[in-house]
Design a binder for this molecule. Structure first.
Ligand code: GL2
Length: 785
């Protein structure tokens, strides 16, 4: 529980004062937005002492530095209030003025500083590190617009720039931590002379841990012009050109993953990545040296984790700083860097494994390229197995670079780690057999259970006391409740209340099974498989079939340049329009596509879900983390043996998981059959009929050919095996119907999922990294948690 100092905070007194100081308004006239600013200010003040204490307490201890292009943090104030134990007090303090805390918290923008699981994982990790009392910094970029805001126009995705910085409530500016970063230029006598410079300005976001005893830091770099304004140019009449430096620098962190289908886009992305790495590695070294550390003892004090390949330039940058700027011999510099660095691989999809053109690298980072060549040559000479080269066919393979420069490389689920060893990193794994380890992902139970599902948290508190939130595996102690009909009823009442809450926010109908498929829109995640099943279900209902009433909910963003994913969104919306208007079926089937999926919407949707759709083609989803959140909130999965689904099924029990589909092994074999889709369609009348309806324009009457290419893609290439898995998916969904029709059976399944998913806490994952990758311990006094 929180320290006395924090618990004793008098929010009732401070909030109105802050309101006047920050916004100049009195409580009776203040809109929720002004209260949010006041709350942010009070929170910064409350967190301050914990943050400072944590920094002091960590001096000399080994730190984790987690480098990531994405931190999908979600709204921060609710989490901070809860972790500091101030939530109820804030509610009461605002109620005095007739204001609801929920309305105030909703004023905080939900920053889209990530695009999906990888970024949300980074946010869960920081919260777990803080809750476990580990000295930790997250390093990322402070994108001005993040990903994008999605709206729907005529069923089509429209992207708009997202604005969130105007209400960044918790961060503080740390000018003393700013770093100047160079680009391009030339190398003379082994020293780099960049020709361009950008300043990386430090903005720190506090991440308080559960109980308010420890605080991690998310340091986000915001680029700014080194020379922002050319007065001579301005006075010469070029008023806009005089500010060009500022616009150029800002462009670096305008958006996450700028379109890189052209050269300028590629250069921008590479610069973003280097900006993150250079500023962060310089900061790690600065902290180390300020605490009296030397180059040689860096690995004893610094664990640097590269979250995917995007921060892989941290490796040559660290080598450069050690060798060129501190005079460490090159071989030794590489050894030291490797002892500090770890690399997490998050995908086997070939398009996601970055490869930068050599020419671009030589131009922007000439010294780093020399160092990469050196690393490559030494690695080649040292490994008789000859696993291949980091520089290959004119590109620098960032996955290989990260692997070669890390002492540990990890996958994110058991299956994914196994596939890593057998596919992308087969050669490197043979050369370095102990290097790859598995760390199955996890999610923080503070946000993803206690925060988003207060009704369920209250049930657990009543039965176990509040300590379960740091030890969610203790939820298993409640297994006897599986035979307690009264308790099962209460559990399901919470679910219904969560569905009513969702209905209030999004207008979704109640009284239907909430069948939820939310995540990025991607062919491998197979929203189109779900859509075809929806069409087939509708057709069957019209033929007189009997099925449990379902609400199929979809949400997710498609990458702006990914045409087929956008077609899938449009098809879902077109099907929804027709199906929802059909009087013959509308009491038994509805379809909803909820726009602008983000962390806040996930927090509403997941606790309301009855069924979790995790239907990726086996072998394609590295882990998934949404799958864990649904299970933890009592939604059984309909899913394939992919990613962490495999482990979820082991934990919750095969009888509480609706399994279907080809295994990863079978999928690879199936794909090798040239006519696999046609073979599947010819034996499935149901699939043929659903595809035919889509293709003929049954859902796009004004434009019959609108979905023809989507249907044709499944008929012809179907790389993701939608056709091959369709019949088995249909079968599994009918098993879902049967189970759902028996409320007592369904409640047992839901509760079994919830009670047995505690293992998927990110605290467990972080402990795994601490032991097997980072070799770090919590600071004394906090390690017993
Ligand atoms: C991802 C994987 O696709 C996903 O399966 C995994 O759960 C997360 C976190 O490990 O990483 N890889 C990736 O590039 N993104 C992911 O979400 N965007």
């Amino acid at each position: 529980m929180p320290k006395d100092t924090v618990a004793a905070a008098d929010l009732g007194r401070d909030l109105p004062r802050r309101l006047m100081a920050e916004r100049g308004v009195a409580p009776e006239e203040a809109p929720p937005g002004a209260w949010a600013v006041a709350l942010g200010s009070v929170l910064r003040e409350r967190i301050g002492p914990v943050w400072v204490d944590a920094r002091r307490g960590a001096r000399g201890a080994k730190h984790v530095s987690y480098l990531s292009m994405e931190f999908l943090v979600g709204r921060l104030m609710g989490d901070a209030l809860r972790n500091l134990g101030l939530f109820d007090e804030a509610e009461e303090a605002l109620a005095v003025h007739g204001v609801r805390l929920a309305d105030v918290l909703a004023e905080e923008p939900d920053p889209a500083l990530g695009n999906g699981g990888l970024g949300r994982l980074a946010a869960c990790f920081l919260e777990s590190l803080a809750s476990l009392g580990v000295p930790a910094f997250g390093y990322g970029l402070r994108y001005e617009h993040g990903l994008f805001a999605q709206s729907l126009e005529g069923g089509r995705q429209v992207e708009r720039a997202d604005h969130w910085l105007h209400a960044d409530m918790l961060s503080v500016r740390r000018p003393a931590r700013d770093v100047t970063v160079g680009f391009a230029g030339h190398v003379a006598n082994g020293a780099w002379h960049p020709s361009e410079f950008v300043d990386a300005r430090a903005h720190d976001v506090p991440v308080p841990g559960w109980g308010g005893e420890w605080c991690a830091t998310l340091r986000l770099w915001q680029p700014a012009a080194h020379e922002p304004f050319d007065l001579q140019q301005f006075n010469a009449g070029d008023h806009v050109g005089a500010q060009e430096g500022e616009a150029r620098a800002r462009a670096l962190a305008r958006v996450l993953y700028p379109e890189d289908g052209h050269e300028a886009g590629q250069a921008l992305r590479l610069k973003q990545e280097y900006l993150l790495c250079a500023a962060s590695v310089a900061d790690v070294l600065r902290r180390h040296e300020a605490a009296g550390g030397t180059s040689a003892d860096l690995p004893d004090r610094a664990a640097i984790q590269m979250n995917d390949t995007h921060p892989a330039l941290a490796a040559p940058e660290l080598v450069r700083l050690l060798a060129d700027e501190r005079g460490v011999e090159m071989g030794e510099a590489i050894r030291i860097a490797r002892a500090c660095l770890g690399y997490t691989n998050h995908t086997l999809l070939p398009e996601a494994l970055e490869a930068w053109p050599e020419g671009l690298m030589w131009h922007l980072l000439p010294r780093h390229m020399q160092i990469i060549c050196e690393i490559d040559a030494r690695h080649y000479a040292e490994t008789p197995q000859r696993p291949g080269s980091v520089i290959d066919h004119g590109v620098v393979r960032m996955g290989d670079l990260a692997f070669v420069m890390s002492h540990r490389v990890n996958g994110v689920s058991a299956l994914h780690t196994d596939l890593m060893k057998r596919t992308v990193f087969e050669g490197l794994h043979r050369a370095h057999p102990g290097r790859i380890v598995n760390q199955t992902n996890g999610v923080t139970p503070r946000r993803w259970l206690r925060g988003c599902n207060p009704g369920l948290a209250a049930l657990y508190d009543e039965a176990l006391g509040p300590g379960w939130v740091m030890e969610p595996e203790r939820l298993r102690e409640l297994e006897p409740m599986l035979d307690d009909a009264g308790w099962l009823d209460r559990f399901m009442e919470v679910k219904r209340a969560n569905q009513a809450r969702l209905a209030g926010a999004c207008g979704t109908p109640t009284g239907f099974m909430h069948d939820v498929h939310v995540k990025r829109i991607h062919e491998y995640k197979r929203q189109h498989l779900n859509l075809l099943e929806t069409i087939a279900l509708w057709q069957d209902l019209r033929d007189g079939g009997e099925h449990a009433p379902r609400l199929k909910i979809f949400a997710g963003k498609a990458a702006p340049g990914y045409a087929l994913a956008k077609e899938i969104i449009r098809a879902i919306n077109d099907v929804a329009a027709v199906v929802n208007a059909d009087p013959a079926t509308r009491d038994r089937l509805r379809v909803a596509f909820l726009p602008d999926y983000d962390v806040s919407l996930a927090e509403l949707l997941i606790p309301a879900a009855d069924l979790s759709e995790q239907i990726s083609t086996a072998g394609k989803e590295a882990s998934g983390t949404g799958n864990m959140k649904f299970a933890l909130n009592g939604a059984p999965t309909v899913g394939t043996l992919d990613g962490a689904n495999v482990e979820i099924r082991e934990h919750v029990g095969a009888e509480n998981f609706f399994l279907f589909g080809l295994t990863a092994e079978e999928a690879m074999k199936r794909r090798a059959l040239p006519d696999h889709a046609a073979r599947a369609i010819v034996v499935s009348h149901r699939l043929e009929r659903a595809l035919d309806a889509l293709q003929r324009g049954a859902f796009s009457p004004g434009e019959p050919a609108r979905h023809a290419s989507l249907a044709a893609d499944i008929r012809r290439s179907d790389h993701f095996l939608v056709a091959s898995d369709f019949d088995d998916y249909w079968r599994a969904q009918r098993e879902v119907d049967a189970a759902f029709a028996d409320p007592a059976r369904w409640a047992r399944m839901a509760v079994a999922n919830a009670l047995r998913s505690g293992w998927f806490s990110s605290d467990r994952t972080i402990r795994g990294y601490m032991d097997e990758v980072w070799n770090v311990a919590p600071v004394p006094g906090l390690g017993s948690r």
